[in-house]
Design a protein around this ligand. Structure first.
Ligand SMILES: Nc1ncnc2c1ncn2[C@@H]1O[C@H](COP(=O)(O)OP(=O)(O)OP(=O)(O)O)[C@@H](O)[C@H]1O
Ligand SMILES: [Mg+2]
Length: 446
């Protein structure tokens, strides 16, 4: 009696200890208990899971079998059937699962490397990933690395994007950390690496929040910020203290774009004069201030109420395209946001899209917009966009120009925080007139 009470007491104490460990130090609990238990489960069930997800292959093997042969004739005179066992070598099909390498723990799950069976391609594993995630009751399984003959799968126990916390900014010029990637790393937008961005999503999907995060991250940096807000200026007017220029009507947009194109041409001429290929190779004292242009609701720039606006729309589209085409080398960067971005807005939109190599696609209602943002990159990224629920604003698919894409979420930056940043760093706002007039127009010698 006392023995069983003692055992019970030890068990209760152990359970309470494990509960407390998991509750108060989940990270060490995961590495010390959770992951080893998971690893055992994964190794034990892998063959079964791979077979269910159609990742196994049949192999012909010679096998020694023990066959039961009914004996007929004098030996089988009684009612019971008499059988004789004979050993035979037979060719049989054996189901082989892909060979599982060592499981490596990560903070949110684990990585596992697999050797592909003959005839398999990484896409087979991308297709099977959802089935594997369900079989192991984990949040997601993704293919994260592909090498000849091998793939690495990454399983995550929970969605790392449920709660995204702010990280301090990197302090590097033109680099912003607007949120987190699904793999737990920081989402970095480096305008010098990927100069122009297209940011799309349905209403309330988190486009403006991302613009707020960018504005907050760029406000303390020595850059000029320019806004286009044709939704009556309601989005960007509160950030006016940190904006060098803001266009809220079509007329203002045309004028501002003309200024921007002029500025890009001046920078081009300056570089030519000094034998530089881009502004970053100019001597530091001559280097012009980088300009980041934020466009909210790009469709407003392309839509026309009547024919009288046709010319203005054409001018706007051409100017925006020129800024995108030439801005990269001359430190004029674009972030174009839009709810509905489709080819129906005009031929200029597809041409503009080709220049916006950074893509962010939030939850969308119309497939055309998602297709515009990611369709030219990777079909798997497009599928991932469709899976973003409307209830998680800020969650998006991010693709850079290297072809890789990630699920990500911007950090929540409410308007008042972005407004505060705009006020706090208002003294860093370059004056637009001075900025566009600061570089004398250099004309090539006749
Ligand atoms: N990263 C995020 N984390 C948490 N909540 C968010 C995030 N992004 C946006 N939200 C919430 O979603 C709401 C809508 O976001 P936001 O205004 O950015 O959408 P939008 O795409 O710009 O919509 P619209 O097209 O109507 O302008 C925000 O007010 C905020 O409450
Ligand atoms: Mg918005």
């Amino acid at each position: 009696m006392t023995d069983s009470l003692l055992v019970l007491g030890v068990l209760v104490a152990a359970a309470a200890g494990l509960w407390a460990w998991r509750r108060f130090h989940p990270v060490s609990f995961w590495y010390g208990v959770g992951f080893p238990a998971r690893a055992v489960l994964v190794y034990l069930t892998w063959h079964h899971v791979a077979s269910g997800c159609k990742l196994t292959r049949n192999r012909r093997r010679f096998r020694l079998t023990l066959d039961a042969i009914p004996v007929v004739g004098p030996a089988s005179r009684s009612a019971a059937t008499v059988v004789e066992h004979k050993r035979r070598v037979r060719r049989v099909d054996v189901e082989r699962s892909p060979r599982l390498g060592l499981l490596r723990p990560t903070r949110l799950g684990w990585r596992m490397r697999l050797r592909l069976r003959d005839g398999q391609v990484p896409a087979d594993y991308e297709k099977a990933a959802e089935g594997i995630a369900h079989a192991w009751r984990v949040h997601s399984v993704r293919v994260v690395d592909v090498r000849p003959g091998r793939v690495t799968l990454w399983a995550t126990m929970r969605d790392p994007l449920v709660e995204v916390v702010t990280e301090p900014e990197t302090g590097e010029l033109l680099t912003v950390r607007p949120g987190k990637l699904e793999n737990g790393r920081d989402w970095l937008i480096d305008f010098r690496a990927v100069p122009h961005w297209l940011n799309v999503g349905a209403t309330q999907s988190g486009k403006s929040n991302l613009a707020n995060a960018l504005l907050k991250g760029l406000a303390p940096q020595p850059v000029a910020l320019v806004g286009f807000d044709l939704k009556g200026g309601v989005e960007f007017t509160p950030y006016a203290p940190r904006l060098s220029a803001l266009a809220t009507t079509r007329k203002e947009s045309v004028d501002l774009l003309v200024d921007l194109v002029g500025e890009v041409e001046n920078r081009m001429a300056l570089c030519r004069e000094h034998g530089a290929r881009n502004v970053w190779t100019l001597p530091e004292d001559l280097r012009p201030v980088p300009v980041v242009v934020l466009v909210d609701e790009v469709a407003e720039l392309f839509l026309m109420a009547d024919k009288s606006e046709k010319e203005q729309v054409a001018k706007t589209a051409t100017a925006l395209l020129r800024v995108a085409q030439l801005g990269r080398a001359f430190a004029v960067y674009l972030v174009v946001c839009g709810q509905r971005v489709g080819s129906d807005l005009g031929p200029g939109v597809t041409a503009l899209r080709a220049q916006l190599s950074g893509r962010v696609c939030h939850h969308v209602n119309d497939p055309e917009t998602a297709n515009m943002a990611l369709g030219d990159l990777d079909p798997a990224a497009l599928d991932a966009t469709r899976a973003i629920p409307a209830e998680t604003p800020g969650v998006c698919i991010v693709a850079g120009q290297d072809g890789s894409w990630h699920r990500a979420r911007s950090v929540y930056v409410p308007e008042h925080e972005a407004e505060q940043a705009a006020r706090d760093f208002a003294h860093l706002t370059p004056d637009w007139e001075t900025l566009v007039g600061s570089i004398p127009v250099v004309r090539p010698a006749a």
